[in-house]
Design a protein around this ligand. Structure first.
Ligand code: EPZ
Length: 417
């Protein structure tokens, strides 16, 4: 079994390039099902979730070739509309393929999705949206069996701005006759990236990132060459790593406007941040102040995917912090592991009250989800002594070899035990 071993106390120095975003790549890969042409995607990160999604595409008859971070998809041969349970169980984003398969084949059979154990993660909004497009959706033995032969454009109101549901409805509507309007959609940058990708293939979508997305159905989509946006969560993870350890790092291939909520929270309290084009420089003395109140909310507010990482920072900051997790009901599983390392955190429902301690001490801890695992790595970078992290497969779902932080001077490695 693989483990990550970190010997804490090293400051971080140097430059590191940020990957393209996992949460942009996944809906874009699902969107490729809609095209009959060839798609070339650049800067493809080798995250396990991406590889799982490529396996789903192969099951549908799409040829996938990944060489040196270049992904070539040949979608002309897509000829299936069912995805086996063992594949959909691996990743939450498998649910996005439902909209694409329906858009292309007007029928689909997809098992309920899997993904991080951070909450119940219902898909009622996805189903409500597809039904609004006149899709007949039946649920049978954990499968969604969909008949879309009478699909047509329609208005869809989301009573919560769900990222996945917004993407699924966009994908289902792209090749569906008529106009579809999505009211109260998610506004995340990944939604804008999906719109840009689909339009580059000939789709007619406007409004992503705002309060109303409008889609005019077209007949088919062409080939395209595309580079998805930088990963804003990896960018935030590296910024927080430097704020925790101290040092001077420069991140390349970033978009600071995507993480304004993080920068506003920690700038001048925990580190100094300088933005120049697609570069972000972080200067930190390793003695952060408490971050005060942090509430996770849909974009553009503070992202839930950076909540575990800012909890690690707050744990060793001077002062009090309060973190409120509004999106996922069990996204505090990293906290008992931090407490084992000496953190002073009281959890009451969706609120974590944190009193910063001088330092944490290394010990054996377990990652139970992707961003919770990243939190433990960040804590280990600071902690006195050695931190040994198991459950590394969770971290590999969204970080390509997180031990690459050693390029910035961290004493971190992956071992096989
Ligand atoms: C996406 O998940 C991301 N995953 C998540 O990132 C991210 O945390 C989340 O958006 C919020 O930003 C991908 O993009 C692959 P939601 P998704 O639908 O689409 C409720 C990571 O670490 N909800 O916006 O599943 C749901 O229970 C992952 O990279 C319904 O009630 O998120 C939750 O409380 C973790 N009914 C809230 O909405 C539905 O039908 C947000 O979920 C759908 C969602």
């Amino acid at each position: 079994m693989e483990k990550i071993v970190v010997n804490g106390g090293k400051k971080l120095y140097g430059n590191i390039k940020v990957n393209s975003a996992k949460n942009a790549y996944l809906p874009i890969l699902a969107g490729s099902i809609l095209s009959k042409g060839e798609i070339l995607l650049h800067d493809c990160p080798k995250f396990d979730d991406i590889l799982s999604m490529c396996n789903i595409l192969k099951t549908l008859g799409i040829k996938c070739k990944l060489e040196n971070h270049e992904l070539i998809l040949n979608c002309g041969g897509a000829n299936a509309f069912e995805i086996p349970e063992e594949q959909t169980k691996l990743i939450r984003s498998s649910i996005f393929t439902l909209g694409s398969i329906l858009g292309r084949f007007k029928k689909a059979k997809v098992a309920y999705p899997g993904g991080c154990a951070i909450g119940s993660r219902p898909i009622d909004l996805h189903i409500k949206g597809l039904r609004a497009l006149n899709v007949k959706v039946e649920e049978e033995n954990g499968f969604l069996i969909c008949d879309g032969k009478n699909m047509r454009g329609s208005d869809v109101l989301l009573n919560f701005p769900s990222v996945g549901a917004t993407e699924n409805i966009m994908l289902a509507a792209t090749l569906t006759k008529g106009r579809t309007r999505i009211f109260n959609p998610a506004k995340e940058p990944e939604i804008v990236d999906l719109q840009n990708f689909l339009n580059a293939m000939g789709a007619k979508i406007v409004g992503a990132g705002g309060d109303l997305i409008e889609i005019e159905g077209v007949n088919d989509l062409s080939s395209v060459e595309y580079t998805p946006m930088p990963d804003r969560i990896i960018t935030g993870t590296y910024i927080l790593a430097c704020a925790i350890t101290g040092g001077d790092i420069t991140l390349e291939n970033t978009n600071a406007s995507h993480i304004e909520s993080l920068i506003k929270k920690i700038e001048n309290k925990c580190c100094k941040i300088y933005v120049q084009g697609d570069k972000i420089r972080v200067l930190a003395d390793g003695k952060p102040k408490g971050v005060g109140l942090v509430e996770t909310k849909p974009y553009p507010d503070f992202p839930t995917d950076l909540q575990p990482q800012i909890v690690a920072l707050a744990s060793i900051s001077d002062g009090e912090s309060m973190i409120i997790e509004n999106l996922f009901e069990t996204r505090f599983k990293h906290i008992p592991e931090l407490v084992k390392m000496g953190a002073n955190i009281q959890v009451d429902g969706k609120i974590a009250k944190i009193t910063g301690v001088k330092n944490l001490f290394g010990c054996e801890v377990e990652a139970t989800d992707l961003r919770g695992g990243a939190c433990l790595v960040l804590a280990g970078l600071k902690a006195a002594g050695q931190t040994i992290i198991s459950g590394v497969h969770h971290i590999d779902r969204g970080y390509e070899k997180i031990e690459m932080l050693s390029k910035l001077g961290a004493d971190i490695k992956r071992i096989n035990v």
